[in-house]
Design a protein around this ligand. Sequence first.
Ligand code: ADP
Length: 321
Amino acid sequence: MTELEDFAARLKTLTDGRASAPRIKEGVMTLALDVAGLSEQQRDAVAAAIREGALTVPGVQDVRIAMTAERRPLKIIAVASGKGGVGKSTLSANLAVALRRLGVRVGLVDADIYGPSQARLMASEGSKPQAKDKQLIPVQSPFGIPMLSMAHLVEPGKALAWRGPMAGNALSQLIEADWGDAELLVVDMPPGTGDVQLSMVQKHKPAGAVIVSTPQDLALIDATRAVSLFEQTHVPMIGLVENMAGYACPHCGEVSDPFGTGGAEAAAGEMGMAFLGRIPLAIDIRRRSDAGDPPAAGDDAHGAAFRAIAEKVAAWLKGGI
Ligand code: ADP
C-alpha cells in the first residue's frame, strides 16, 4: 500500500465516508468533504484532523478541502410483519445496529405506536427528545444511532386510545424529525396492514421493505398480507427474514426445528422475493433484547446472523436504488 492509499483508507474512517478520494498535484492535496448535518465545530474538527493526517503524506505541502453540504435524501426502510410478536422490533433494532457497524449512518424510528419497544431494546428509556422550531430532535442511543419512539414522547399505554389520523400524525412527526447526518431510517412499522400502515407508506415512500415472519404457516400467511400492502403502494421488496427459526439450545447450542425448516425460504421464493436470512429462537436473544443489549452489537453467532442480514440489506441499498 502506498502512503497515499494508506491515508485514503484512514480518511474513510476519520470522516465516516464523507470525503472524496484525495488527489495530489504539485504538492497540494485536494479533496471534497460532505459536511451536511455537521455542526461548525464538528466540521472544523474533521477538517483539522484531515489536514494533520494529510501533511504526513510524503510530498504534501498544502491541503485544500472543498466543503459541500449536499443533503442526501433520507432513505427509509420499513420493517414490517403481518402480525405482532414475530420479532419485528427485535429485527429492526438489530438491523439498525448491524448497519451502523457496517458504516451506514442510520436512524431508527419506532412506528409501533401502540406497543413501542425500541426505547428498551436500544437502552434509551427515560431519554426525552427536544424540539426545535416544532421539529423533534432524536435521542441518542448508546449504539451511535439516533432514534425516536412514541415511548420517548408519551407515557406507556397513553397512545392506545389514539385513532387512525392521530396515530398517523404522531408517526409523521417521528419520521420528519431532524435526523442530522443520517442517510437511512429504519422504521419499525406497526404490526398488521391497516390504515396507519397504508398512510405511512403512501406519505413517506420507503425505498424498500423487509418482511419478518416466523416459520409457522399462519405467520407466513400474515406475511403475505404485509407483502401485498407494499406491492399495492409500489414499494420495492428487499426480502424476507425468518425469525425464531429453530430453537437454539442454551446448553449445547444445537438448533432443533419444532416448526420444520425452510418454510419461509420457500415462501419467499414463491412470492418472488429474496430470502435475507434466519435468526434462531434463542433465550439469549430475548434476554439481551430485554436488557437493552442488542446481540448485533457483539460478534457471537447471533451477532453474525444479524450482520449477514444487514450486509444483504446494505448491498440492496447500493444496487437497488
Ligand atoms: P414484534 O415487534 O413482532 O411484536 P418483538 O420483537 O417485540 O416482536 O418480539 C416479541 C418477543 O419475542 C420479545 O420478547 C422478544 O425478545 C422475543 N424474540 C424476538 N425474536 C426472538 C428470537 N429470535 N429469539 C428469542 N426471543 C425472541
